[in-house]
Design a protein around this ligand. Structure first.
Ligand code: SF4
Length: 304
């Protein structure tokens, strides 16, 4: 980190304290933005932790659905984003209209939605899940046929783990979908001792090569607890600097240097400072949508 970043982080910390703001940074954010944050981690974990604070304002360095989730869990707090245009291309594959049409094609089948969905989609779903608890959520339901949205790769993997019939939406995360089997085979040749950890948003033929399939938080836990000293990291490269920092003596290789989410990288330290100053870019969730979306989240929390 250079002197300019250090000065920006000092200003951000001072202003956040003055304004009683809590700054959240997703694991895929630029490393310096993660260093400026009060809390870093995965989207649901951050929203839940922020809800427990007495902060007046949440600054969410992440993508749009994450700020919406924070608002759903903290309706009394003001939620702002440093860059309002930072959306999630996976979440944006699914509209309310297309979800309603899918439901009509499969009447009676409950809808399980991955947390990476916009609030209006969560409001249309029966239960949410995360990449860590998706199997538990699916198995908790009495139904044998379920709709699973929006990630097709994750759904395909889940289908290998359950006897239930899953009807999938066609969305993929472009960042995880870029990782190909060939990348891993080549890295394995160069680093035969390395353990390959993959995120379930990766393609199924990539997941079949994995030593472990984990959520982003799970990557950190696996690396810390494993006796292995080398790891191939099959998720967005933003996790790497902190993985290296908290695991000195262990070596981490990006599964592919192309695994960079441009939307996650939009937010800079200047943007975080600016939104603290202006308090613009507020993210709101209408009360009727919030009430329905919170139920889908609560159902998940009740079974996991
Ligand atoms: Fe969306 Fe994928 Fe980017 Fe995450 S990494 S914000 S799922 S596009």
């Amino acid at each position: 980190m250079d002197g300019k970043d250090e000065a920006l982080i000092r200003d951000i910390r001072r202003l956040a304290a003055e304004k009683n703001a809590v700054i959240l940074a997703h694991n895929y954010q630029r490393y310096e933005v993660q260093q400026a944050a009060d809390l870093f981690g995965d989207s649901l974990g951050l929203s839940r932790q922020a809800a427990e604070t007495s902060a007046r304002m949440i600054v969410f360095a992440g993508v749009f659905f994450m700020a919406e989730s924070a608002k759903i869990l903290s309706p009394q707090k003001k939620v702002v984003m440093p860059v309002l245009e930072a959306g999630c291309p996976l979440a944006d594959t699914l509209t309310v209209e297309s979800l309603r049409a899918l439901k009509e094609e499969h009447p009676g089948a409950p809808v399980v939605c991955y947390i990476n969905t916009n609030a209006a989609i969560k409001a249309e779903c029966d239960i949410c899940c995360t990449s860590a608890n998706m199997l538990q959520v699916v198995e908790s339901l009495p139904d044998e046929k379920l709709l699973f949205v929006p990630d097709k790769n994750m759904g395909r993997y889940l289908q290998t783990q359950t006897s239930k019939e899953l009807i999938l939406w066609k969305g993929v995360c472009p960042t995880h979908h870029r990782l190909k089997k060939e990348h891993i085979l080549e890295l394995r040749r160069r680093h035969p001792e390395a353990k390959f950890i993959a995120h379930p948003e990766c393609r199924l033929d990539v997941l079949e090569l994995a030593d472990a399939i984990r959520s982003t938080t799970g990557f950190f836990k696996y690396a810390a607890e494993s006796d292995a000293t080398e790891f191939i990291i099959g998720t967005e490269t933003g996790v790497l600097p902190r993985m290296r920092e908290v695991n000195p003596g262990k070596t981490f290789y990006a599964a592919s240097e192309e695994m960079v989410c441009p939307n996650m990288k939009m937010t800079t330290l200047e943007d975080v400072l600016s939104v603290l100053e202006t308090e613009e870019n507020e993210v709101d969730v209408p009360a009727d949508i919030r009430e329905k979306a919170v139920k889908a989240l609560e159902r998940m929390l009740a079974v996991t």
